[in-house]
Unconditional design. Structure first.
Length: 86
């Protein structure tokens, strides 16, 4: 019932937050790829407050989505850095 009262922009924001939660669990605590927490201007960036975008990377035969966050101070997008878990 609540979704019917939401505007399309609100639905889009809700979808982005849900994808952020799913991908954050996968890339920050995953078994193959481990992304470092996004930081810029000397601060860790909050995934749920700042705008995010997803960047797909290929690792061997599988692919995963990394999270890039826009810094609220300098307005630059972070470059996702990650390592492989062996």
């Amino acid at each position: 019932m609540l979704l019917m009262k939401m505007t399309s922009h609100q639905k889009h924001l809700a979808e982005v937050k849900l994808l952020t939660a799913i991908y954050a669990d996968e890339v920050f605590y995953g078994k193959l790829v481990h992304q470092e927490k996004p930081a810029c201007c000397g601060r860790l960036l909050d995934l749920y407050i700042n705008p995010v975008r997803f960047e797909e990377v290929q690792v061997g035969k599988s692919s995963t989505n990394l999270i890039s966050v826009r810094c609220p101070h300098c307005h630059k997008w972070t470059v996702p850095t990650y390592g492989l878990v062996m």
